[in-house]
Design a protein around this ligand. Structure first.
Ligand code: HEC
Length: 152
């Protein structure tokens, strides 16, 4: 990093105006911040709060929180970013386990597809749930799931 900055400093001197140097330095900082953002899980707290309400529909089968245990469905703590079909001690359907061989981690896109109509994405899934018809409900509940993947 210091090497990078000194290169910039030299470039700035060569350009012989401090304004050019300042612009270049700012650009460098922005790119760094963006790179960090794509790796971290960024949660919209308001949306997650709405999602917690939508999650009432899931609670009959899924437990979350510190003392959560597998129930009809697997524990969903940390499901965002987890490989499908891999929560310890849960007996998944064959096809959910197979999904985990091709999909490294549940992300927004795949959760959205799954939650629209589970049986369409994972044939014969054990999750007997019709799906969330409204996109805004899916978005909110996914945001809530993301909040469960952020270490406290
Ligand atoms: C009737 C019970 C039931 C309901 C309601 C239900 N699920 Fe599930 N869910 C399951 C079962 C069972 C599985 C395991 C599926 C399999 O093995 O095919 C599962 C799997 C999942 C998975 C994949 C987990 C993993 O470890 O890969 C996600 C994500 C998920 N459910 C989210 C939800 C959300 C969000 C809701 C509410 C909108 C919901 N489920 C409602 C029973 C349910």
């Amino acid at each position: 990093m210091s090497k990078f900055l000194s290169t910039l400093a030299v470039a700035g001197l060569l350009a012989s105006t401090t304004a050019v140097f300042a612009d270049t330095a700012t650009e460098g900082t922005t790119a760094d911040a963006a790179a960090t953002e794509t790796m971290a899980i960024v949660v919209d707290a308001d949306l997650a709060k709405k999602g917690k309400k939508v999650f009432k529909k899931c609670k009959a089968c899924h437990k979350v929180g510190d003392k959560a245990k597998n129930a009809v469905g697997p524990v969903l703590n940390g499901v965002y970013g987890r490989t499908p079909g891999t929560f310890e001690g849960f007996k998944y359907s064959k096809n959910m386990k197979a999904l985990g061989e091709t999909l490294a981690a549940w992300d927004e896109e795949h959760l959205n597809t799954f939650l629209t109509k589970p049986k369409n994405m994972v044939k014969k899934t054990k999750m007997s749930f019709a799906g969330l018809k409204k996109e805004k409900d899916r978005k909110a509940v996914i945001e809530y799931l993301k909040s469960l993947s952020v270490s406290k």
